[in-house]
Design a binder for this molecule. Structure first.
Ligand SMILES: [Fe+2]
Ligand SMILES: [Fe+2]
Length: 197
């Protein structure tokens, strides 16, 4: 893996957010807890230190623009019309990182689509999607979340399916339209594993 970009290193190794981050103190703590889960899972998976820093950085950075207004973020996102305002912070953050010189495509995709999921998620995208939902500061479904966390990362494939079911099921329950990108993610999550012949 190439050297980590300074923004990624600062976030993942030192817990520092970029100076353009717009987050309440509670939001900062949420990103720290998500980063901590990713750091732990990455360690259990036997990743080297650089990869662990990269995983933690994704947690630290994913909501860096969550408290910025959609009016400010909309012009920064090419297909802004495809996103509801509250979800623009993902692609806008990925764009800011890209503009700063971050070239790590799977990390950028993980951050851009952390709310929706994406069919082309690599391991980090899937892990961030789960960690964002499972971090211990979230209050609802406390017992279920603790149980899911206990099964991570060894049972990650099954937990991903269950977390996606919970998140997408919640959208369906509330009558919220499922975007094509989320539908593609759901197909990827539920696809039978490829057979080797
Ligand atoms: Fe978010
Ligand atoms: Fe988040």
């Amino acid at each position: 893996m190439p050297r980590l970009h300074p923004i990624i290193h600062a976030a993942g190794a030192e817990g520092r957010h970029p100076d353009w981050a717009v987050m309440s103190p509670a939001r900062r703590r949420h990103t720290e807890r998500v980063g901590q889960l990713l750091w732990e899972w990455s360690g259990t998976l036997g990743h080297d230190r650089m990869r662990r820093i990269r995983w933690r950085a994704a947690g630290l950075l994913h909501d860096a623009l969550k408290d910025e207004s959609p009016e400010t973020l909309g012009p920064e996102v090419e297909d802004a019309g495809a996103w509801s305002g509250s979800l623009l912070h993902g692609p806008a953050c990925a764009n800011r990182l890209r503009a700063a010189g971050v070239e790590d495509a799977s990390l950028l995709r993980a951050i851009a689509f952390h709310t929706t999921g994406h069919a082309d998620f690599r391991a980090l995208g899937r892990a961030l999607y789960m960690a964002d939902y499972l971090e211990p500061g979230r209050t609802g479904l406390a017992r279920e979340r603790a149980d899911w966390r206990r099964r991570m990362p060894s049972d990650g494939c099954a937990v991903l399916g269950e977390v996606a079911t919970a998140k997408i099921g919640n959208l369906l329950h509330r009558g919220i339209p499922i975007s094509p990108v989320t539908a593609g993610f759901w197909r990827a999550v539920t696809a039978p594993p490829a057979t080797i012949r």
